[in-house]
Design a protein around this ligand. Structure first.
Ligand SMILES: *Cc1c(COP(=O)(O)O)cnc(C)c1O
Length: 429
């Protein structure tokens, strides 16, 4: 029985329709996933009522005994999951996590290197419409045209020329493993700090199927809702003994000497007030799930599914940035089939397949049109789909893109999508 259906039928109707949409369409947006019902129970529970500014054992409010237990569980599980020495589970989102890290290591105006947005980076890696690009002097590095992989010759040259205080590696549309060791070498050569933003592949890192940044990077940020399959949120971590091993002291002078203490204070009170304790509890649930052996199998299937999709697209003559994938995502260059990213997104939407248009490296079109689409397998893998389903999905995408003005063909694909979805329910009712 739904309380909401009685008290507020209007918003309940939107909720019901969203559930219906999630159940009946194919979710291929690489940054999305479906959390477990346990995660949702925690996220929808009574901890949403609690103010708990501060950290466990050091709160500004009374009555924090049980939220302290939840946050301690979240922190300890997260450290175990990534082999981290330090963890902060309070950032409300991945962007907040990055902001707190920038405030820890940088002063406004400082120089930073980050991957260009059109080459797979993220808004918070220096985009001019984001605080990062407005407060700091971001210099973009790129992928090379032939390989679609980071051009380390360029990164080295830019580092020598601009002497950044911080280098950011990782991105939102980079289909290959992030090359932590190569970034470390360049960061060391100019005495820069190195931030790994593993928002996208963190679930694969946790499962040991993507290299770990922990021993290479001074600090690591992630979201919790992408491949990690938790509630919407952010985290910050540092490797074991990372504070001591590089021989660096906290970047800002004053009372605080440890970088970890400085990060804590930049999250709260620096940029946030009260933590979302229901979400922190739900993060603990998700980290607990990710520590189970089944999660490794899940992460392996995500990658197998993405590789299967890549093979199918290549066999059909599509162009993939970097020629394939190591991870959960693929970036398709649609130039050769004469359809732009925006149209592709709309057409696939009509066929019940949800994707996002995406800039490709050296894109000739604007960010509102684009020449590519990004596809990811985390959500369909959570539903239990495997290689056979991936092959079907690719053939449907191919049909929809090539018959993009044939409404009957699109309707037929939509019907097939619907039938497949009903065999792989997201939630048991
Ligand atoms: C998704 C993402 C973020 C930000 O996450 P939000 O929770 O949406 O703020 C940060 N960095 C990268 C690389 C991302 O892909």
């Amino acid at each position: 029985m739904s309380f909401l259906a009685l008290s507020d039928p209007e918003i309940h109707a939107a909720l019901t329709r969203e559930l219906e949409r999630e159940e009946t369409t194919l979710e291929l947006i690489a940054s999305e996933n479906f959390t477990s019902q346990s995660v949702m129970e925690m996220a929808g529970g009574v901890m949403t009522n609690k103010y708990a500014e501060g950290y466990p054992g050091k709160r500004y409010y009374g009555g924090c005994d049980y939220v302290d237990e939840a946050e301690n569980l979240a922190r300890e599980r997260l450290k175990l999951l990534f082999g981290a020495g330090y963890a902060n589970v309070q950032p409300h989102s991945g962007s907040q996590a990055n902001m707190a890290v920038f405030m820890t290591f940088l002063e406004p105006g400082d120089t930073v290197l980050g991957l260009d947005l059109a080459h797979g980076g993220h808004l918070t890696h220096g985009s001019s419409v984001n605080f990062s690009g407005q407060l700091y002097q971001f210099i973009s590095y790129h992928v090379s045209k032939d390989s679609g992989r980071v051009d380390f010759g360029e990164v080295q040259d830019l580092a020598q020329k601009h002497r950044p205080k911080l280098i950011v590696c990782g991105g939102s549309a980079y289909p290959r493993f992030i090359e932590f060791a190569q970034f470390r070498e360049i960061a060391d050569s100019v005495n820069a700090y190195l931030l790994a933003d593993i928002a996208h592949p963190s679930g694969l890192v946790a499962a040991g199927l993507h290299p770990s940044p922990m021993s290479y990077c001074d600090v690591v940020t992630s979201t919790t809702h992408k491949t990690l399959r938790g509630p919407r949120g952010g985290i910050i971590m540092m490797g074991k003994d990372m504070e001591n091993s590089w021989g660096k002291t906290a970047p800002k002078s004053g009372r605080i000497k440890m970088i970890s203490e400085l990060i804590d204070s930049m999250v709260m009170p620096g940029i946030q007030g009260g933590p979302l304790m229901h979400i922190i509890g739900a993060k603990a649930v998700a980290f607990g799930e990710a520590l189970q052996p089944e999660f490794t199998l899940y992460a392996q299937t995500i990658i197998d599914n993405a590789k299967t999709m890549a093979e199918e697209f290549l066999a059909l003559g599509y162009d993939l940035i970097s020629g394939g994938t190591d991870t959960h995502l693929l970036l398709l260059d649609l130039t050769s089939i004469n359809i732009d990213g925006k149209t592709a997104e709309q057409v696939l939407g009509k066929a019940g397949i949800t994707v996002n248009k995406n800039m490709i490296p050296f894109d000739q079109r604007s960010p509102f049109i684009t020449s590519g689409i990004r596809l990811g397998t985390p959500a369909v893998t959570t539903r239990g789909m495997g290689k056979d389903e991936m092959r079907m999905i690719v053939s449907w995408i191919d049909t929809a893109l090539k018959k993009n003005d044939d409404e009957t063909a699109l309707k037929r694909v939509k019907k097939d999508v619907h039938t497949l979805c009903s065999s792989f329910p997201v939630y048991d009712h």
